[in-house]
Every structure is written in C-alpha cells, then in structure tokens.
Design a protein around this ligand. Structure first.
Ligand code: PLP
Length: 448
C-alpha cells in the first residue's frame, strides 16, 4: 500500500541528522504527496505537474501501487550510450571483493573465450583498446619502417595511427559510394612494392566487401587486418565480422556496440600470431622465463574489472544488436520518402549492425548545411555527430591528396542518436525535426 514516497536524499539527510538504520522509516518527514484522481479533468491534472515531479506512482482504489511512471530526466538525447544493468555491477563487485582487479583473473580468459566463440575464431587476445590491438596485430606480422599499409581514408584516426606507430606508412584509399567503406576497385592502384597489408574498416557497422579485398591481398601476398571496432556482430555473406581475414580487432570504448569502458580484442585463427600478440601486450616477457625479455613489448593488457564488464556485455550483445537494427528500421520508415536524404546501406551480402545510424543530406537537391541541421537538433536537445573528416585531410596525414567520394560523404553525413535505449517516440521526434528543417529550407531556397 502506498504510504509516502522517500528518496535516497531523504534517507541520507535522516542518517546525517542522527537517525540510525534501526529507526522507523516514518521518522522521515516527507512532503504531502500531490495526488491526482482519474475523476479529475485533464486541466486539473496538468496543473499539478511541475518541474520537480520525477516519479508518478499509480495506485488503485485500495491505494495499492499498480504502476510507476518515471519522468525522463535527460535534458538531451545522446548519440549513443552504454547499456548496463545489475549484471555488470555484480561481476565488477566480484573483482573488487576478491581483489582480482588487475590483468590476471578469470574474467579475462572468460571474456576472451566468449568473444572467440561469438565470432567463430580459434583465438581471442584481449587488449587495452582497439588502437593497441591494431598496433599489436601489425607488429605480430613484422610490419615496420619502410612498409606501406592500405587503409580507407574515411575512418577514425586510430586506423592510420596504428600503422604509424610501427614506423610504416598509411596509404589512403577512397570510399565505395554506397557502403562508404574502402572501395575494393581502388586498392590495386594503391599497391606498390612496399605494400604489406590492407586494413578494411567496417564503418558504422556495415561490413566492407571482403571477398574482392581478400582476393587482391592473396594475389599480392598482403596481410588483411579487419578494423571491426564499430561492427561486432555484423555479418558478411552470413559470416561473422572478425572471422573474415587474417586477423581482426574489436573496440570496447564506451560508445561502441558493447563496452568495457576502454578495451579491445584481437581475434585470429593463427596460433603463433595469437601467441606473439600475447607476448607483445605483456612487455614482451618470455612465456618460459619470468622477467626475461627478448623483444620490446608494451603494456597493452585489459584488466579483470574491464573483462568482468565485457562478460556481462557479451550476455546482452544480441539484444543490443537487434535493438540497433530496429532503431535503423524505425529511422528509415520515417526518412525513406524524403527525396534529399540518403539512408545508410545494407547490401544484399551484408548484415549491418547500424552502430550509428548515419544519413547523407543530398545538398545538390536541397540547400541545407549539415552543420546548421546539427545546430537545430542541438537546440531541440538532440545530439548528433558529423561523419569523420577523411584522414588524408587531417594535418598529420595531409599530402595534398584528393579522394572525392569520402570527402563528399564526410561533408554531407550526419550520425543520429542510436543508443539501444532510445524510444521509438524519440526517433519519430528527431525525424520530424529533420524533415521540418529540410522542408523549411527547401521553401526558402525555392523562393530565392
Ligand atoms: C573506435 C575506433 C577505433 C579505436 O578504438 P579504441 O578502442 O578507442 O582504441 C579504431 N577504429 C575505428 C574504426 C573506430 O571506430
């Protein structure tokens, strides 16, 4: 039966004012509840609402609680956020209670085997980030100074930086016009006698077209590293991303499909390479003799605490991905009829996990600036994200190269809120803001 409502703040204040845990809950004086009845008019009910009301319990005639509504406290809708529940807290608590907080511990091996099983590879080696994972994957294949590695220019900077860390040179290739991933037809032209590897990226959750990439690689004897940081769970011709090339890397940064706070995973079927990655991630320490070093290694380990979160996240990855797909379908339902919006692709050979639902505004059809649209969304409490600026245009990699497709995609692209817990109503509202903005600008430009 509903007597009253108290908050954690009320309990804290009661404890501070001298009451103990054995005191009756009724020592806490609360404000009289604001009550509305089903007999009241809508106006009467509306009058009782104010900014301070956060929780609305619904009671029946006997004063029994039958439902509870929470006012949405968020003042803005994020582009994405992690999805946690008691499971992460429970496993993390286990690390703290048992003292297994560092990089040894049962959760590390458990998380590694869960990820290997999930993507169907023989080995998984956890590491501190996808960036360190890419670095290790290249080092384990002896890539270094004087070598060239082909990467798509349209990616997060880490793809190229991992190449640079080894002393090798990233060589940038333009995007495919539909998938926005590296265009396999442009790879051959970028190959030189120095080329040692290709790193296709599965951008925004859509797999790169791996068969032609692997074919070119085979022909020129090149290593293929999948940068699957944004695409765990995506499939290419019914095969899991991560199992499509020599070696692959996932990211567990806070905004990725699943997260460990910071973290990464290397997956491969090659036992020797997996072992090399393990040695290099742990200061290069010999497996046979402790504190004995034959190579210069790194401290790139994942902690047991991070892995504990990872284990809990792996239990919900399928739910997260199916919600991501629903979110994409929901956006597409509202936006597909709008002629000046290009929706994200899902090729018939692909199973896109829609890490971030990203659209292009067709600026040749409508006089709309993506930055202005982002501003309008922001004013309505909606966060959005520009598409990555191409890496060949960044001060650290700019050699005056022009890659027209990725430059165009980058200028016209915008990623919309894609957190697994966004509501369909919020998606509808976001689409309405976008459509209104485009229509207003269309009218304005026609008038001119
Ligand atoms: C996030 C990301 C990375 C880097 O991941 P970290 O775990 O933050 O190092 C690398 N490549 C791509 C494509 C990414 O999106």
């Amino acid at each position: 039966e509903l007597k009253s409502i108290i908050t954690d703040g009320d309990i804290r204040r009661a404890l501070l004012s001298g009451f103990g845990l054995q005191s009756s809950i009724f020592v806490i004086k609360t404000n009289k509840p604001i009550v509305a009845s089903t007999e009241d008019s809508v106006e009467q009910i509306a009058e009782r609402f104010n900014e301070k009301i956060r929780i609305i319990p619904v009671v029946d005639k006997q004063n029994k609680v039958v439902d509870v509504y929470f006012r949405d406290k968020r003042t803005h809708i994020a582009v994405t956020n992690p999805l946690f529940d008691e499971h992460e807290i429970e496993l993390l608590t286990e690390c703290i209670v048992t003292g297994w907080v560092s990089s040894a511990g049962a959760f590390v091996t458990k998380f590694e085997s869960m990820v290997a099983d999930y993507c169907g590879t023989k080995y998984a080696v956890s590491c501190s980030s996808a960036t360190s994972g890419l670095h290790l994957a290249l080092l384990a294949h002896n890539i270094g100074p004087g070598d060239e590695v082909i990467v798509p220019s349209l990616s997060f900077i880490a793809t190229a930086n991992a190449v640079t860390y080894t002393g090798a040179t990233p060589v940038f290739v333009d995007s495919h016009k539909t998938t926005w991933n590296i265009d396999p037809n442009l790879i051959a032209d970028a190959i030189t006698p120095k080329t040692k590897a290709i790193i296709p990226v599965h951008l925004y959750g859509h797999p790169a077209d791996m068969d032609p990439i692997n074919e070119i690689a085979k022909k020129h004897n090149l290593l293929v590293v999948e940068d699957a940081a944004e695409a765990q769970g995506a499939k290419y011709k019914n095969r899991m991303v991560g199992s499509l090339a020599d070696i692959a890397v996932f990211s567990y940064f806070g905004n990725k499909i699943i997260t460990t706070g910071e973290g990464g995973m290397i997956v491969t079927d090659d036992a020797d390479i997996a072992e090399k990655c393990r040695v290099l991630r742990d200061h290069g320490m010999s497996k046979d003799r402790r504190y004995w070093h034959e190579v210069v290694g790194y401290n790139y380990r994942l902690t047991n605490m991070q892995a504990a979160i990872g284990v809990a996240q792996m239990h919900k990855i399928d739910n997260i991905i199916s919600r991501k797909k629903e979110i994409a379908a929901e956006y597409s339902k509202h936006l597909e009829a709008i002629p000046c919006i290009t929706l994200p692709s899902n090729m018939n050979w692909a199973d896109n996990v829609y890490w971030l639902y990203t659209i292009l505004i067709d600026t040749h059809l409508v006089d709309v600036n993506v930055e202005d649209l982002m501003q309008v969304l922001k004013q309505n409490g909606v966060d959005s994200r520009p598409v990555f600026p191409p890496m060949h245009k960044q001060p650290i990699y700019d050699t005056g190269l022009t890659l027209p497709l990725c430059e165009d995609i980058s200028q016209r692209g915008i990623s919309l809120p894609s957190a697994p817990d966004i509501s369909d109503d919020n998606i509808a509202n976001i689409c309405k803001i976008i459509i209104d903005f485009i229509e207003t600008n269309q009218v304005a430009s026609t008038r001119l």
